[in-house]
Design a protein around this ligand. Sequence first.
Ligand SMILES: [Mg+2]
Length: 420
Amino acid sequence: MTAQKTIFHIDFDSFFASVEQQNSKALRNRPMGVTAANGRTCIIASSIEAKRLGIKTGTRTYEAKRLCPSIIFTPAHFREYLEVSKKFLNICKDYSPFVELFSIDEVFMDISLTEHLFKDKYEIVTLIKKRIREEIGEYITASFGISHNKLLAKLASGLNKPNGIAEITPETIDKVYSKIKLTDICGIGERVKERLNKIRVFSPLDLRKVSKERLILEFGQDRASFLKNVSYGIDNSKVIPYTFSIAVKSVGRNYCLPQNEYNKRILFQTIYELCEEIGIKLRKLDRKARTIGISLRGNINFKKQKTFLKHINTGKDLFYACKDILENELSFEKEFTKESYIRKLSIWTGNLTEKNMSKQLDLFSTSSKTDSLTETIDKINNRFGDHTIRNGFLLYSRKLTTEPNGYMADRYERSLISNM
Ligand SMILES: [Mg+2]
C-alpha cells in the first residue's frame, strides 16, 4: 500500500473584498461589495460583513442597497488581486514545490514530501498564516482544508470559514458526509444535483447507496465513475505545480460591443484594438501566429479563419489579416448593408510558433525595422499601460482594457503567473 498523501486546499476568505479592505481603511469592518469595473449592476464579491446580511456574489446592487442602505460599492481591481495571488504562490512554494493554482484565490499543495522538515502539518499551516499576515496584509485571511486527496481537502476548507482549519481523515469522512449538501462537493453543481434528485439521491450518503448501473443510465460511464468515487471520498488526481509551463495553443479575445453597432468604421477600429491587444499578448508570450480567425455576430454573421504563410504578432499585421479575411473571403463590404449591425466580435490566433522560435524566424525576416519599432512601443506600453501608444487610425476610438478576468480561465493569465 502506498503511503497516504497530505494535501492542503487553501482558500482566501472573501478574497476580492478583503483585498479592497486591506488597501482602504475606509472600507474595513463594514458591508461592502465589489462590482465589475464596467456594468456595475451586479456584485462579484462581498465582504464578510455584507455576507452576514445575505449579500453575496451575484446579488444585484439595488437589492444590496435595499438589504443594507449604507453598503459601499467599489469597482474591481483585478490586477491587484493577481499581484496578491503571485505573492501568495511565492509564500507557498517555500513549503512544497507542489503548489497548484486552482483559481485566483485558491491553491492546492501536496506537502507529502516536505512535511517531515517541519514539526507537523499544522506547523506549516501556522507558518503560512503568519506570512500572509506579514507579507500580504493583516486584513486578508485564508481557510485551510487538510486531507489525503484534493477532493476532500477542498471540501474541508469550506467547513470552518473564515480563517479556519479543518481536516478530513478516512475515519471522519462519513460524519462529514452526513452533514453536507450534494452541491458542497466540488464537481456537483445545481444541474447535476437536480438530475440526482430525480433518481432519489438527495445527499452524499444516498449517492453511495444508489447502484453504479443506475448512475450509468443517467449520466454515462465517466460521470457515473466520478460520482461513485466521490461518494466514498476517493480522488486520485495529482497536484500539478503551477510552474509547469502551460502550452499556449491559441491567443484571442471576445468582445461585446456596448450597443448594436451599425457603423463600419467603428467596427474596424474595434477590430484594430482587439488585434493590438492580441499582438501584445503574443509578444509577451514570445509567440507568432500563422492562423487568424474572426467572427462578427449581430443580425448578420461572419466567421472564418485563414492560415497565412507568414508568422505574425503585431497588431497591424493581425489587423490586415482580418481585413483580408473580411473583404476577400467573406465579402463583408457587400454583405454589410445599412440595416446590418454587429453586437459581438471575436478574434483568435492559432498555429503558434514555439517559444523562442519566433526569434529564430526573425533571422530570415526582412522586417527588422518594424520589429524594433514594435519593441519600442511594447517597452513604453509596459511602463505606462497597454494601448498608451496606438495607431493613428485609433486616435478617436474607445480604449479597450486588457483586464485579467479573475477566474484564471484565460490561459494567457495563467501562463504569466507560471512564467514569473
Ligand atoms: Mg475564496
